[in-house]
Ligand binder design. Structure first.
Ligand code: NOJ
Length: 905
């Protein structure tokens, strides 16, 4: 499938107006190597290492010990180690790199080509800065609650849209050359109470937190699979080589030491081949986390920012000790190191990879290589300009992500207005500059990025006012502006002169370690900030052509003004990155016809969503019970019969489209790719059946062989793998052998390659019935029955159509698109085997459904493609029998409708 996507992208990018030879045009390969070869090289490398060298690959050097996250320097074999950095919006904490749009905007485009192109550019920038491993992309949070602080780092609460975007971003970043780390695994859906120390240190008025554990996200197995794990399946399929486990607990167990999640589901059921890295401080144990499947610790220290001890690690010397005293089997350490090196070879980083050429968070040219110890003063930043022509892709993603929600009497596009009023702080530059607040932790001037570790430095920020003024010169338009949201009399007088009044509002959110205006990461409400609602009504009260532009990390409530007849147009612009103003001008003036669609619902009131952040803990060990199950966002609105203001998938254009000619065709089962899948699962058998990665294990010597060598001098608080001098071996509990790994040995859904077989093609004709060319995002929804949402997205296709012309669009349904998770049998079940037809809908949004048809049930089918349990097929070595049928025919008619069981992990 990837080769196909890559070829399509290659062709379509070639027609885009990118300068010849630019780095991201065209992506030559989808960035996937070959896992079998990668593992062969990794084994060869790892099996020649000493025990401490292997430990060195798993444990980062510590807070501030080195100036960018690093690990694994092994001078004896000439390995210079691996460098790691954030983020989804660009290379974090440096200069001469791009500030990309938020991933939210990538989802708002619904454009596979653009998602991939921006991901590729971001990956290339990380690589060119010498970053081997980039902490991006994000699909946890998925966006269960619209208030969730980090939702904008991800894509959409719809798992299908998120899955496509997440998979494409992984593939794009990998192709750009850096190892994309999918994060945060899993159910990390809010900032409040994600970490003990962080939240207990907050001093909210009248509230004192005293939590003893991070929150536990509690959910049933079916919801876990169909909603929150769904996009991870995409990413594994698309070549994800690293995963970051999250801060929270899941059903009571810390995510990073959750055997069922890491060994069982991620590495077993999904067949993930890469490594699992902790988040800063999400590792809560040494032995348990290694046995549960964590492979690398970031920061290295026991808690974020070394609060509980600089230089003190659960791993490092403690992992060495644990292997020596048999608490952790050495083959597990071999596996950890092998997985890390397999990712490195999978991406081809052994050839020509640039050296790390900057220091995260330090823009100076010279500084200390070991900043905490203040040692080795040298050049730490080479200021390498890695931006290439990426501004173009950022501008395109920005423009194509803008969602137009209202456009009365063709208020837009602007047609050479005589006078424009531009109102609102969000239209102009910040007094402090675009990087004035650390990690973008403030809301000043125009908002183009949220705050936290998902941020990056802006090389520049084109604010809307500058871009509008620049464009207005062409028409001789008079441009007046007021950037003070509170100067009502000045606003009144300026807007009453104008032909069109552009009013800018925003709302912000980010990561929980920063508080902005009383918002501790998660938003406190869903309204526009800085009296945004009043500002809009103020302007509309004096201007009959008021055009609202909103920069937000998610939905905002619009009821106070959306029906005001003087509010003639509304544009949702997300968080557009460095090219913000240019992207907006493209749409305002019609150079680009709006084509974005909402990746979430805009409700009429906050309560309508049915989900929210927990702001006050329900006890010292907070529990977030995901009792809504599968029903978040539009699935909830549909199920509860609540009328949204704007539904999921909605977005207008400057032209109009009609839909006709629905066809629903089964794919000839004999053409299904049975047996042709890549044999990616062979590695796992090494873990379960025969835990021997390296033929000859290190011969364990006595402790003195592993103590700090006299030949090197230590840097203070740097985490080394060595035991302290004069230490002796402790006795540890022997690892709980078989039971720990039992999760992985017999997984019905293991590998589940048959999920990816194409089973149906749905197609339709879209006609551009307007007078201008435009792009339409045609959407496919299915009604699967059996307790599933009323309708759920299972396909989308963005097509550019000239005025008066038609285009054929098609959607390929894979078996997984027709499958639901059956918890009792731990397998995906194709609903066609469960009775009842599947409803098929094609339309312009989740509620604007223009065409419908059905996919028939296929009960007890004897031949061809049929329903039933979707197990693995072909080459998976998770079972001993390679001829295991990929579809099990149902016995006794139909199995029960899958029971949602709560599984205590
Ligand atoms: C914590 C964040 O949760 C994670 O997303 C980020 O990658 C790390 N810090 C490193 O900055």
């Amino acid at each position: 499938m990837f080769l196909i996507i890559s070829t399509v992208l290659l062709a379509s990018l070639a027609t885009a107006q990118y300068p010849e030879g630019s780095r991201y045009t065209p992506p030559i390969s989808p960035g996937r190597g070959n896992w079998s070869q990668a593992y062969a090289s990794a084994r060869q490398f790892v099996c020649n290492l000493t025990l401490t060298e292997k430990v060195n690959l798993t444990t980062q050097t510590g807070t501030g010990a080195t100036n960018t996250y690093q690990l694994g320097i092994i001078p004896r074999v000439g390995f210079r180690g691996l460098a790691l950095d954030d983020s989804p919006t660009g290379v974090r904490g440096t200069d001469y790199s791009s500030a990309f749009t938020a991933p939210l905007n990538m989802a708002m485009t619904w454009d596979r080509e653009l998602i991939y192109a921006q991901a590729f550019a971001n990956g290339a920038e990380h690589r060119d800065k010498g970053v081997n491993i980039a902490y991006s992309p994000v699909v946890g949070p998925l966006g269960r609650a619209p208030e969730g602080g980090r939702n904008w780092e991800g894509y959409s609460p719809d798992p299908y849209l998120s899955g496509v975007s997440f998979g494409l971003t992984v593939a794009g970043m990998n192709a750009g050359g850096t190892i994309a780390v999918g994060k945060h695994f899993v159910l990390y859906e809010q900032e409040h109470f994600r970490q003990r120390i962080e939240w207990n240190s907050y001093d909210l008025p009248g509230v004192e937190f005293n939590i003893t554990e991070p929150y536990s996200a509690n959910t049933d197995d079916r919801t876990l699979h169909e909603l929150y794990l769904w996009p991870w399946y995409d990413a594994v399929h698309d070549g994800m080589a690293a995963v970051m486990c999250s801060y929270n607990r899941v059903n009571g167990t810390q995510a990073c030491q959750n055997n069922h999640l890491l060994n069982g589901i991620l590495k077993g059921e999904m067949g993930f081949q890469g490594f699992v890295v902790s988040d800063d401080g999400s590792q809560h144990s040494g032995v348990l986390s290694s046995l549960a499947g964590m492979d690398m610790t970031i920061l290295g220290e026991t808690s974020p920012n070394g609060v509980e001890g600089l230089g003190i690690s659960f791993w490092g010397p403690n992992l060495t000790q644990s292997v020596l005293n048999d608490s952790v089997p050495e083959w597990r350490l071999d596996d950890m190191a092998t997985r890390i090196m397999a990712a490195y070879y999978y991406l081809g980083q052994d050839e020509g990879f640039p050296e790390l050429n900057f220091a995260q968070g330090d823009l100076d040219t010279y500084g200390h290589l070991y900043p905490h110890a203040m040692e080795d003063f040298t050049q730490i930043n080479q200021h390498v300009d890695v931006r290439d022509h990426h501004a173009e892709v950022i501008r395109r993603v920005g423009a194509n992500s803008i969602v137009m929600l209202k456009n009365t009497d063709h208020a837009l596009p602007l047609m050479s207005p005589r006078q424009l009023a531009v109102i609102g702080e969000d239209a102009g530059p910040s007094l402090f500059g675009p990087n004035g607040c650390a990690d973008r932790g403030c809301d000043n001037g125009t908002l183009a990025m949220g705050w936290g570790s998902g941020s990056t430095n802006f090389p520049y920020l084109v604010d809307p006012l500058s871009a509008i003024q620049h464009r207005a010169l062409e028409d001789g338009t008079v441009v007046q502006y007021v950037l003070d949201n509170y100067d009502t009399s000045l606003i009144d007088s300026v807007v009453s002169q104008a032909e069109a009044c552009l009013v800018f509002v925003n709302a912000d959110s980010g990561e929980g370690y920063i508080e902005v205006d009383g918002n501790y990461g998660d938003r406190n409400n869903l309204t526009a900030w800085m009296r945004g609602d009043e500002l809009i009504n103020e302007v509309a009260g004096n201007c009959s052509n008021t055009i609202v532009v909103a920069h937000t990390p998610g939905p905002i409530l619009m009821e106070p003004w959306i029906q005001n007849p003087n509010v003639t147009a509304v544009l949702m612009a997300g968080l557009p990155g460095q090219e913000s103003g240019n992207s907006l001008v493209d749409v305002l003036y019609g150079t680009v016809t709006p084509s974005g669609k909402l990746p979430w619902t805009i409700g009429k009131k906050r309560e309508d969503y049915g989900t929210d952040v927990m702001y006050i803990p329900d006890g010292p060990e907070p529990n977030l019970n995901f009792t809504e199950g599968l029903f978040i966002d539009y699935r909830h609105f549909d199920q509860a019969g609540i009328e949204p203001r704007f539904e999921f998938g909605y977005g207008m254009s400057y032209t109009t489209f009609s839909y006709s000619n629905l066809r629903v065709d089964a794919v000839d089962a004999s053409n299904a790719s049975i047996g042709n899948d890549e044999p990616t699962h062979t590695v796992h058998s090494q873990m379960t059946a025969n835990p021997t990665i390296c033929p000859h294990h290190t011969t364990k010597l006595n402790a003195s062989a592993y103590t700090f060598p006299s030949t090197i001098s230590s840097v203070s608080d740097y985490i080394y793998p060595y035991l302290p001098r004069n230490s002796s071996l402790t006795t540890g509990p022997a690892y709980p052998s078989a039971s720990v790994y039992a999760e992985r040995s017999d997984i019905p859904a293991g590998g589940a390659s048959a999920l990816w077989d194409d089973v149906y093609i749905v197609s339709a004709t879209i006609s551009n019935t307007g007078e201008t060319a435009g792009q339409e995002v045609a959407q496919l929804y299915l009604s699967l029955g059996h307790g599933e949402p009323v309708r759920q997205l299972r396909g989308f296709n963005k097509t550019c159509i000239e005025a008066g012309k038609d285009a054929e669009v098609s959607f390929t349904l894979r078996r997984r698109d027709l499958s639901i998770w059956n918890s009792p049998s731990q397998a995906w079940v194709d609903v066609r085997g469960l009775g009842g037809d599947v409803g098929v809908f094609v339309g312009a949004s989740s509620r604007d459904l223009r065409l419908n048809g059905t996919i028939p049930a296929m009960i007890n089918a004897k031949n061809g493609d049929h329903g039933g349990t979707v197990g693995q097929k072909g080459h998976s070595s998770l079972t001993t029998n390679d001829s295991t049928p990929f579809v099990t025919e149902l016995s006794d008619g139909q199995p029960e409708v899958p029971v949602v069981t709560k599984r205590v992990l």
